[in-house]
Design a protein around this ligand. Structure first.
Ligand SMILES: Nc1nc2c(c(=O)[nH]1)N[C@H]1C(S)=C(S)[C@@H](COP(=O)(O)OP(=O)(O)OC[C@H]3O[C@@H](n4cnc5c(=O)[nH]c(N)nc54)[C@H](O)[C@@H]3O)O[C@H]1N2
Ligand SMILES: Nc1nc2c(c(=O)[nH]1)N[C@H]1C(S)=C(S)[C@@H](COP(=O)(O)OP(=O)(O)OC[C@H]3O[C@@H](n4cnc5c(=O)[nH]c(N)nc54)[C@H](O)[C@@H]3O)O[C@H]1N2
Ligand SMILES: [Mo]
Length: 765
């Protein structure tokens, strides 16, 4: 069954085709685009076993995003990009044993991410000894011994860091954090640090919980949905179905985005006849083309208009009953916003007053409002303050804790939220650590550990000797690529637990290990029988996920098995945990989750209910706000926006339609009209003219920062594109070379990768 990989074609700049943005998303091409590559890469049988089980109640959870499943599932409960993710994982193509002798690490390092991923699934542990340029296959025993010896030999457990990417299941995440804390550190950086950390911070401080206050069904009950800094057509395509249902029930949609993303404008539902042959559903009733980083000003301006409307019509605008019973800080907010200067707002947002008036009018007209957001909001210096303004706006009219209304950060990685619930966080609260210590009879470390940015910083300074990653591709995902590479190389041992090759396997410590693991599509057979795992989606619904295809190689271990064996090598006897038992039967892990994780009582029973269960959520369920005062906090936030010196642009980094984070599936970005290439920078025609450039010209992007480090992205083709003026966009992860490590969101420490000040200079290369 396993196949060796065919030739991989790489992108060449002369092949690049540019055809302009599309105005609608999904529809028939969506289905064709998903089935064809699946059949080509997996064959009929694997395609059937995977795609038909995707997001079904007895199937497996899609790994492409954290979008929730509706109560009633369709036969094809997946989107084009979910199918790509499944195809990428369930491919029968494998990296052969000879590969490692044929390709030195120094060569692999210069291969594109696309090429690395296309080499196929990793099937055997490999080890790169110090001073050598090749990995070589080793046995699992040898791999665990190498890692165990290194960890056991460190002067302090804080010299190790343990990263998690958000595909990890609840079961693997729970025992991984247990192992790490038994080992003696809270150094548990994760991809969430670079993702929705700002949402967690802002919501934690204002409403007491860092999670969405809505359920799936609320979308269809909303009267207004405001989508901010999010590109659902590419990154959460199944959200378009929920938006379509909302529209059919009379909801209005407003989209706030510097780019007129196709998925915000019109949707052609591939599962409906009018989506196949008709015009589709208009989505956004109002599109606000905001300047990058202008959202905080927009939100303040709307809240100010809410107060002004209340002044004209006392008692009829604010939700006084709710505010009095549940909130704190109303007067301070009102006073603060009264000072808000409209000129500053217009400058920051790039919008006209009447556009802001219109959105305010829509907000005042609707009794049930949902605001959703993603990376366009969280990856900014003022991200936490901006999200606090989202909460302010919602609270003013009681839009939290009632049907059809609420705050909805749309999470990215399919189980990034569950991983947090299970304790993957460098600063888990004392109550969790108490429960964990009590359950496993040990004293967990209390001092906060390092987040992703801090981990790279400490590596750079020589303080991290061993780096272990449960999934992900940190070197490519984190900011300041060259600094991050140097930091990784400054460690003694890097260990990647992965399904497929990526950049992080090629930028290593002195020694390096790659431990291959099973993916979610695969049948996980253990001593007690076939196992399932569980995950939590972006609206706190928890459910089981069970793989359907035979693992791509017999030698593969599950993530749970890898963690258990590593724990036996390093922390055996330090806790009462039954590591051998956990590996044989995941029910034993779930029994402990029941005792340690709030809301997961009787986990084994609840997870076996068809469709799973929803975690309790005070603000959503009963307008109970677990803040120190027991009230939801309206907050006063000092307005700031991204300033740009003359001759520069504010650059943001986005995902193309053919990628999952650092994984590149292909070189097309269909909805933005880009084919066969990624080296482009989207600039408005006005800015192209003002900067004296030409559409189609090649430029270098130079980051403009006070530290004067020369951060450059070379040879990007200028693409004239209807983005907000003064702003530009290019693709992540390539853009990370431009973002200094210390350019982060205040409070959450999330890299500010959506606002890089750049100078565009004609390319000389
Ligand atoms: N197919 C696919 N699905 C994915 C992923 C993937 O890579 N591929 N990644 C997953 C992950 S981990 C995540 S976190 C999510 C990410 O989902 P998104 O957040 O949708 O991802 P991005 O491509 O970063 O898009 C950011 C959007 O914000 C806009 N934006 C940028 N700056 C600003 C700003 O200042 N203000 C406003 N209002 N908008 C702004 C951009 O124009 C863009 O539309 O998707 C998840 N799902
Ligand atoms: N400039 C810029 N930087 C960003 C962002 C941005 O918008 N702009 N977005 C940020 C965001 S939102 C995120 S979430 C991070 C993403 O950061 P990460 O989560 O670290 O990166 P991914 O690209 O999702 O990781 C992909 C790798 O995970 C491994 N993998 C896949 N499936 C599995 C599995 O089932 N098990 C295991 N063990 N491994 C698996 C594969 O080897 C694959 O190569 O990047 C962040 N960085
Ligand atoms: Mo993310």
């Amino acid at each position: 069954m396993p196949r060796k990989n065919p030739r991989v074609e790489e992108a060449d700049e002369k092949d690049l085709e540019v055809s302009g943005p599309k105005e609608w998303a999904a529809g028939m091409p969506g289905v064709l685009h998903s089935i064809q590559p699946a059949l080509k890469h997996m064959g009929v049988s694997r395609t059937e076993k995977t795609l038909l089980a995707l997001n079904q109640k007895d199937g497996f959870d899609c790994m492409s995003c954290a979008w929730p499943d509706p109560g009633h599932r369709k036969t094809f409960e997946f989107c084009e990009n979910g199918a790509k993710a499944v195809t990428w994982e369930a491919t029968p193509v494998v990296v052969a044993s000879e590969f490692w002798a044929e390709h030195p690490v120094s060569e692999l390092r210069h291969k594109p991410e696309y090429w690395l991923g296309m080499q196929g699934r990793l099937t055997e542990p490999v080890y790169k000894p110090a001073g050598e340029d090749h990995y070589r296959p080793v046995s699992w025993d040898e791999a665990f011994r190498i890692l165990g010896d290194k960890l056991n030999g460190l002067a302090s457990p804080d010299e190790a860091a343990f990263y998690t990417s958000g595909r990890t299941s609840n079961e693997a995440a729970f025992i991984y954090q247990l192992f790490v804390r038994a080992y003696g550190t809270n150094n548990l950086p994760d991809c969430s640090n670079m993702c929705h950390e700002s949402s967690g911070w802002a919501m934690g401080q204002t409403i007491g919980i860092g999670k969405a206050t809505i359920t799936y069904d609320d979308f269809a009950k909303a009267q207004l949905i405001i989508i901010m800094g999010q590109n659902p057509g590419t990154n959460h395509p199944r959200m378009l179905t929920a938006l379509e249902e909302a529209k059919e029930a009379g909801c209005t949609i407003a989209a706030v985005n510097p780019l007129p993303e196709a998925g915000l404008m019109r949707y052609k539902n591939p599962q409906k006849i009018k989506g196949i042959i008709g015009h589709g559903t208009e989505l956004a009733d109002q599109y606000l083309q905001i300047r990058v980083g202008g959202d905080m000003a927009l939100l303040q301006a709307i809240s100010k208009r809410v107060f002004e409307a209340e002044a004209k019509n006392p008692g009829a605008v604010l939700d006084h009953e709710f505010l009095e019973a549940h909130c704190q800080g109303l007067e301070e907010l009102k006073e603060h916003l009264a000072q808000l200067d409209e000129e500053t707002v217009l400058e920051a947002t790039g919008l006209r007053s009447d556009e802001i008036d219109e959105l305010a009018y829509r907000y005042l007209k609707a009794d049930r409002v949902i605001i959703t957001w993603a990376m366009g909001i969280t990856q900014h210096k003022k991200a936490v303050a901006t999200i606090k303004e989202i909460i302010n706006l919602l609270l003013l009219r009681g839009n939290i804790g009632k049907p059809g209304a609420g705050a909805s950060p749309i999470r990215g990685h399919s189980n990034v939220q569950g991983d947090r619930t299970m304790g993957i966080w460098e600063q888990m609260p004392p109550a969790f650590l108490d429960a964990l210590g009590k359950e496993f009879d040990f004293e967990p470390p209390r001092e906060h550990g390092l987040d992703a940015v801090q981990t790279i910083g400490k590596m750079r300074d020589g303080g991290i000797k061993v780096f272990v990653a449960l999934g992900g591709n940190l070197v490519a995902a984190i900011s300041d690529t060259h600094a991050a590479e140097a930091a990784m190389e400054n460690t003694d041992l890097t260990v990647q637990i992965s399904t497929k090759l990526n950049r992080s396997h090629t930028v290593t410590g002195k020694e390096a290990l790659i431990l291959p693991t099973m993916g979610r599509t695969e049948i996980d057979m253990q001593a007690s029988g076939s196992q399932f795992v569980s995950v939590e989606d972006t609206v706190c619904a928890v459910h089981a996920s069970e793989g359907k295809v035979r693992p791509v190689a017999p030698n593969l271990l599950s993530e749970v098995a890898i963690v258990c064996r590593l724990a036996r090598e390093t922390v055996a006897g330090r806790t009462s945990a039954d590591w051998e038992g956990f590996e044989k039967n995941y029910d034993l892990i779930r029994d402990h989750i029941s005792h340690v994780v709030a809301g997961c009582e009787s986990y084994n029973d609840k997870i076996r209910q068809r469709g799973g269960f929803v975690l309790p959520n005070g603000p959503r369920d009963s307008r109970t706000f677990p803040t120190p005062t027991g009230k939801a906090m309206l907050t006063v936030n000092h307005l700031e926006h991204v300033e740009r010196p003359a001759g520069t642009l504010i650059l943001q980094s986005v995902r193309s339609h053919d990628q999952f984070n650092t994984t590149i599936y292909g070189y097309n970005d269909r909805y933005r009209g880009i084919k066969k290439g990624r080296d482009v920078v989207f600039v408005s025609p006005e800015d192209i003219a003002e900067l004296g450039l030409n559409d189609g010209q090649f430029v270098d992007l130079h980051g403009v920062y006070e530290d004067n480090v020369d951060r450059v992205m070379r040879r990007l083709r200028v693409v004239s594109y209807p983005t907000a003026q003064g702003c530009a966009a290019t693709y992540y992860p390539e853009a990370n070379v431009l973002v200094p490590l210390d350019s982060v969101a205040e409070g959450s420490n999330t890299p500010a990768s959506k606002a890089v000040i750049v100078r565009l200079e004609p390319s000389t290369a």
